[in-house]
Ligand binder design. Sequence first.
Ligand code: GAR
Length: 202
Amino acid sequence: MLRTKIAVFVSGGGTNLQALLDAQKRGEIPSGEIALVLASNDSAYALTRAADNGVKSVVVKRKEFPSQEVYEQKMKEVLEENAIEMIVLAGFMSLLSEDFTLAYPKRIVNIHPSLIPSFCGKGFYGLHVHEAALAYGVKVTGATVHYVNEIPDGGEIILQKAVDVLEGDTPEVLQRRVMEQAEWVILPKAVEMVAQKLQKGN
Ligand code: GAR
């Protein structure tokens, strides 16, 4: 059976992309193939990770297009040219409209660094999520992989994993623990689950 062709959308360091590439190398994503990395800016270190692993990459910057519609049209063309069937948002910080998400129903997944429905939605991204968790004083946080629909961080949950908050944690320390113990573990698993489902539908 053909493997589901996956594009990973990134904006920054790309440690989640790295987790996917490593899992692929270990044979843990047998139903999918990471075929493309799409970055929202050309300084994303994720682009170096793609190059080091022989994965094709492309940069599509919002500010180079006159409107969200034209920007998304460009991304759709790139996806089509590369026969992409599934999208993984792995630290992708550019917003996607309802029009875009509706075009790929149950084909876009996102990794979010909290246990949804806590600390999610508008304004909750990256380190801000961990700052909010520490400010609230939760003792357990974690990560969530979910389908992307028109509601920010509101799509169906695929996998979650809890992580302890420890005395003296800073946002940076907590972020690192959530990545190591949860994000890099559940993202490859969820990607294989979804890639397998899409493969069956081929
Ligand atoms: C990750 O912690 C990811 O969960 C978060 O951004 C970081 C990206 O790191 N995503 C969000 O906050 C989405 N709302 P990475 O570039 O090293 O994978």
